[in-house]
Design a protein around this ligand. Sequence first.
Ligand SMILES: NC(=O)c1ccc[n+]([C@@H]2O[C@H](COP(=O)([O-])OP(=O)(O)OC[C@H]3O[C@@H](n4cnc5c(N)ncnc54)[C@H](OP(=O)(O)O)[C@@H]3O)[C@@H](O)[C@H]2O)c1
Length: 348
Amino acid sequence: MNKIEVGILGATGMVGQNFIKFLEGHPWFEVTWLGASDRSAGKKYRDACKWNLNGVAPDAVRDRIVEECKPGNAPRLLFSATDASVATEIEQAFAHAGHVVVSNSKNHRMDRDVPLLVPEINPDHLKLVPLQQRARGWKGQIVTNPNCSTIVLTMALAPLKPFGIERVIVTTMQAISGAGYPGVPSMDINANVIPFIGGEEEKMQQETQKILGTLRGDRVEPLKAKVSAHCNRVPVVDGHTVTISVELANKPAEADVIRAFESFSSLPQERKLPSAPVRPVQFMREADRPQPRKDVERDHGMATFIGRLRACPVFDYKFVALSHNTVRGAAGAAVLNAELMHSEGMLD
Ligand SMILES: NC(=O)c1ccc[n+]([C@@H]2O[C@H](COP(=O)([O-])OP(=O)(O)OC[C@H]3O[C@@H](n4cnc5c(N)ncnc54)[C@H](OP(=O)(O)O)[C@@H]3O)[C@@H](O)[C@H]2O)c1
């Protein structure tokens, strides 16, 4: 099979590097174009970018010349990891020019005609794309993935949706890699907890309602459940851990909740998409798991791990969930989105 050429907008940044790493050896996609700011354009990738991941940048990109993020010679499929201050204009310009922009930036996530896609949860929200193209006069399109803490919460709640989710309180313990590079100063985060991440709580609350919402005609009707988020930065390198208390209308037995987690499987698994974890939600019975250091790299960072399910004296149940923030919460999420879109014939 000839691979599909892909480009990366914001290729020199932290998420851009994660895209390059995640796509190395991908069976369907091959990175052939790199875009960044005019500070980097014209330079070889290895000179434009300080590689902050383990090892060195892959040979396939090291000597590639970085281009400006302007439509021209880029391939049709683009992953976007551009700085949020410029992502709106850049992504729209490429979509207008006919590109398929699979974005990791926050800028378009809550636009009513843009899918906020999690392939295991709301693949039908891709039906917004033709409406988006018609409304905006674009030949191309923008599809987004959620914030890195929202993905943990939504993957944990999706198996419980049939029980009727009524109220949710979630508290995050978010890794420092979620703040990019250099991110949070070491003097602030070492042996400490920072109980504030700007805009994060609002994003978690709104994005969760959109992702778990129902597509009705030309719009997504948000999940009616109330969601309240407390977001904290903790001295963990990779992996966002969240604790969740949930009220469920149908009052399921604990065994039914466990069965819902353990049996959760969806379209990406059915279609065997290359980046889809075989078991997207994994329930752990050990009393002290999941833990970021022990569990976050398992299943290539694409699964969500759940544990410590027990009765909640205020709501119905409480439990812990963990996902890899720069893989399932960023690059891996966008690549899985593109794989679903390819399997739907949207990249033909
Ligand atoms: N870090 C995470 O875990 C995470 C998770 C989820 C979502 N996100 C989102 O992903 C995006 C990237 O985050 P990041 O942490 O990778 O940021 P970053 O390390 O600061 O990288 C930003 C990228 O944007 C490029 N850029 C900056 N100004 C530009 C301009 N005027 N025109 C074109 N490109 C420009 C930079 O290129 P130069 O190197 O040339 O400046 C760089 O490639 C953000 O929207 C962020 O909110 C991040």
